[in-house]
Write a protein that binds this ligand. Sequence first.
Ligand code: KIV
Length: 273
Amino acid sequence: MTLSAPSIRSRKRRAGKQPLVMVTAYDEPGARYADAAGVDIILVGDSLANVMLGHTDTMHVTVEEMCHHVRAVAAARPRAHIVADMPWLSYHVDLADSVRNAGALIRAGAQSVKLEGGRVRRDVVRALLDAEIPVMGHLGLTPQSVLAFGGFKVQAKTREAAEWLIKDATVLQDEGVYAIVIEGVPSVVGTRVTEALEIPTIGIGAGPDTDGQVLVFHDLLGMTSRPPAKFVRQYADLGSLITEAIGRYAEDVRSGAFPDASEAYDNPEGLLN
Ligand code: KIV
């Protein structure tokens, strides 16, 4: 039975619930591996832009590209909940456009959508919920704001900014989002915002006290070209394993060791002789 947005909404650690586990995936194998590992939520993140398409920020993916990858993830039919990022400019122009874009992600196979920003997103959150689309929020170091922030910088570092973020979180909660990602803030802000909310927080670089954690697939598996951020724990070095395996294949082709007789089809009696 797929995990629903309402069932995720009740996953507060202080109510004795287990922390939520979220990981990104962008295709069928990634979703299959993540689901087999028992994660709760698969995020088809707009980090697609960075880790799959080679861009330096997340502002270069479109709704169409996101839908293409949501369809691939949904093809794995995971038990985990599938949430899709609304890409930059897909919810900033007008409300009807935003609902249509979220609807496209749902029709591609997502069960909810995630968008970045606090009180400025009030109307769009309400419009999506009116269209029966569950919404996850995202506050703190929101990557779609990289140009406005002047770089990927830890957010909420002053009392005023921390209080602003906590207020944004309560506004989103009051509008009806079912969970909020908190990214790139001092741990005490992760703790305080989690305490202030009735809905779960899912942290990435927000310390140990949030109601769940999220990591990017390629970061956690060691498949990125740049050194990982401070908050990443790398659980495998698949990048090196992949290069090493392909290197051995190349060596075998060049030396004639691949393929051997066991890797070739039998010759029917009398064929071509
Ligand atoms: O796109 C993404 O991968 C994200 C996570 C960093 C939360 O939004």
